[in-house]
Design a protein around this ligand. Structure first.
Ligand SMILES: NC(=O)c1ccc[n+]([C@@H]2O[C@H](COP(=O)([O-])OP(=O)(O)OC[C@H]3O[C@@H](n4cnc5c(N)ncnc54)[C@H](OP(=O)(O)O)[C@@H]3O)[C@@H](O)[C@H]2O)c1
Length: 262
């Protein structure tokens, strides 16, 4: 039978990992889709496209032309809109959807976490006493911290944030994970950090900062994940890593082959 066409909505490391595993696998014709936020993304050697589809309608059109038999949503857990669009587009296009969702981090003994629902709550949770704060929340959610300018901020992100979103007292660090615990402890010590603000992204690549904060007794303001999209009327499977996604694809391929009697 011909290859199954798979659209992978990327943005998380697992999407690139899945792409690497699919490269050269003739059972599938994958395309990796990226929003285009990162200037030099690390790409697997499979076809890719860059940029939004033009809302759900655009994604539904893409699923019919160029076309896909299967949709995998492997965006970052905080890419709430794209995840909603994936569910809605799969429902309208009537194609199977797999959500690839890495597990959230959970607090360990010794952690000093304050869980908050969004970035505005994280900014408020820093309190009225001026503190030295490490922000590892990407470059696009910084505005709430400009509203609490009495803290000193160290912002670590892959892409440089735009100047107008920044609080007045700020240092910028440009870095891409994975990070290790020794390096994270050194960073926290060097900048005399008293509180760390992070999203609950989960995964190993950026978990070392949590271990470092635990070891040094530093407060962590943990922004909880947005609610998962409603799955009414859509057949959605969920896996937590690239290996799980590959197993799902293999099962789908077997099913398609047996239906076509190949
Ligand atoms: N939010 C985070 O904390 C975070 C962290 C690391 C990486 N990322 C990645 O960065 C990208 C943007 O994040 P976001 O939070 O701005 O997403 P978002 O709010 O969920 O999505 C905004 C819009 O960006 C476009 N888009 C998002 N992912 C896309 C993809 N894989 N392929 C094509 N278009 C895509 C879509 O535009 P249209 O409506 O025009 O189709 C979507 O409606 C995502 O791919 C996400 O996985 C996000």
């Amino acid at each position: 039978m011909s290859s199954l066409r798979v659209l992978i909505l990327g943005g998380a490391g697992e999407a690139a990992e899945l792409g690497r595993r699919l490269a050269g696998d003739e059972r599938f014709a994958p395309v990796l889709s990226l929003a285009g936020r990162t200037r030099a993304p690390s790409l697997p050697s499979i076809p890719h496209r860059v940029g939004g589809f033009g809302s759900v309608e655009g994604l539904v059109r893409w699923l019919s032309d160029p076309g896909a038999d299967l949709l995998i949503c492997a965006t970052h857990p905080f890419a709430e809109q794209m995840r909603r669009h994936a569910v809605e587009a799969a429902r309208r296009a009537r194609i199977p959807l797999l959500m690839l969702e890495r597990p959230a981090w959970v607090p360990q003994p010794g952690d000093r976490w304050t869980k908050v629902v969004d970035m505005a709550a994280a900014a408020r949770a820093l309190g009225s006493r001026p503190r030295r704060v490490l922000l590892t929340i990407g470059q696009k959610d910084l505005a709430p911290f400009a509203a609490v300018p009495h803290h000193h901020y160290v912002v670590r992100s892959i892409e440089r944030p735009s100047a107008e979103s920044l609080p007045p007292s700020v240092e910028l660090i440009s870095a891409r994970g994975p990070f290790d615990e020794a390096g994270e402890q050194a960073l926290l010590r060097q900048h005399r950090i008293e509180a760390l603000v992070t999203k609950n992204s989960g995964g190993d690549a950026t978990a070392a900062k949590l271990a470092a904060a635990r070891a040094l007794g530093i407060d962590v303001i943990m922004v909880q994940r947005p609610a998962a999209p409603k799955l009414d009327g859509v057949a959605v499977d969920i896996v937590t890593d690239a290996a799980g996604a590959l197993a799902w694809l293999a099962a789908r391929h077997e099913l398609a082959s047996s239906r076509r009697g190949v």
